[in-house]
Design a protein around this ligand. Structure first.
Ligand code: TRP
Length: 346
């Protein structure tokens, strides 16, 4: 699938994660879940349920985070993340990630953290102004720890996460320079064709908290209503009027969910020329999304009946992930030179 894979001597390592703050939605599916399904076939993939990161802006509602750990796990299994092929792990059960975060925090300035565009936007959305939880401001470094603890080569993410990857590589270079090592590895983002699915209201990003998301577990009726609400071209009043394709949310979604590219090009042409109705396009999109989410919903219902099985998968995955992260931490402590109590030299 990826030309970059050919340049790796061994199977590349992939690391990604999601915050368990709500069930996953179509934005996650398009932004990174579909890439993960491909990568698990050819790479050594770790998928992290990032409950510590979720807590950085939900400290007053830990129950929400805890509850959604299982929801996200159900979503993973329902879309086809296969525990035989991918390691699914729970962040807060891997203490070496916190330890690595502590070391890495010394390699970044507050000014640099404040410049991260994703964090900036999130601060604005949450209305923090100057009252930013310190943990929230530094979560990108905890994410650097997630990525580097596994020595990931590739990180499949949506466009909004690109600043995190840039920041990861900055920290990695700094670490390796200061401690004269090549212990931590630079990473590459894997961004899909449609890298950012807008919310159904046309706002830039789909987000549960923004109320414009379609959950992977959405009912047929919820999908239908979301498509109905979808923003098109406000200037396209009558069928025969020429319409705009760029910035038209329905077309962005069709780009993500209609595989027949020739058909899609033809539809775009017709729409631009005039003569194609919004309702026809919406019916088509509704069908596509129903076809994608129908089987996911059914599998999810089955999986959710057996939370014990899901917890077992998480326990096993977390134990494996812990071994890998712990091994990196031993190396990190060695290159920093913090082994005062080890050995018999003192
Ligand atoms: N920040 C990511 C999100 O909001 C979640 C995440 C946590 C992540 N750790 C990661 C993504 C490591 C990629 C790699 O969805």
């Amino acid at each position: 699938m990826l030309t970059s894979l050919a340049s790796h001597q061994r199977a590349p390592v992939v690391l990604t994660g999601d915050r368990p703050t709500g069930p996953l939605h179509l934005g996650h599916l398009v932004g990174s879940l579909r890439t993960r399904l491909q990568l698990q076939e050819e790479a050594r993939q770790f998928v992290l349920i990032a409950d510590l990161q979720a807590l950085t802006d939900n400290a007053d509602d830990p129950a929400k985070v805890a509850r959604n750990v299982m929801e996200v796990a159900f979503d993973y299994l329902a879309v086809g993340i296969d525990p035989e092929k991918s390691v699914i792990a729970l962040q807060s059960y891997i203490p070496s990630l916190c330890e690595l975060t502590t070391y890495l925090l010394n390699l970044v300035t507050v000014a640099r953290l404040e410049r991260n565009p994703t964090v900036k936007e999130e601060i604005r959305e949450r209305g923090y102004e100057r009252n930013i939880p310190a943990g929230f401001l530094v979560y990108p470094i905890s994410q650097v720890a997630d990525i580097t603890a596994f020595k990931a080569d590739l990180v499949p993410v949506g466009e909004d996460q690109l600043p995190m990857i840039e920041q990861t590589n900055e920290v990695v270079r700094r670490f390796n320079r200061i401690y004269e090592s090549n212990t931590l590895k630079e990473v590459q983002a894997v961004v899909p064709k449609v890298a950012r699915l807008p919310g159904v209201d046309g706002k830039s990003k789909m987000g549960k908290s923004l109320g414009n998301a379609v959950a992977l577990s959405a009912s047929p009726d919820e999908i239908h209503r979301a498509v109905e609400r979808m923003y098109t071209d406000p200037g396209h009043l009558r069928i025969e009027d020429p319409g705009r394709v760029e910035g038209n949310v329905v077309f962005t979604y069709l780009d993500a969910f209609e595989d027949d590219e020739a058909l899609l090009e033809e539809l775009k042409e017709n729409y631009r020329r005039g003569g194609l109705s919004d309702s026809m396009l919406k019916t088509m999109l509704d069908d596509r999304i129903q076809a994608v989410l129908g089987p996911i919903r059914e599998r999810r219902e089955e999986i959710a009946k057996d939370p014990g099985y899901v917890r077992k998968i998480l326990r096993e995955g977390t134990a494996r992930a812990r071994e890998v992260a712990d091994a990196t931490l031993r190396e990190v402590r060695a290159v920093i030179g913090l082994e005062v109590l080890d050995g018999d030299t003192l």
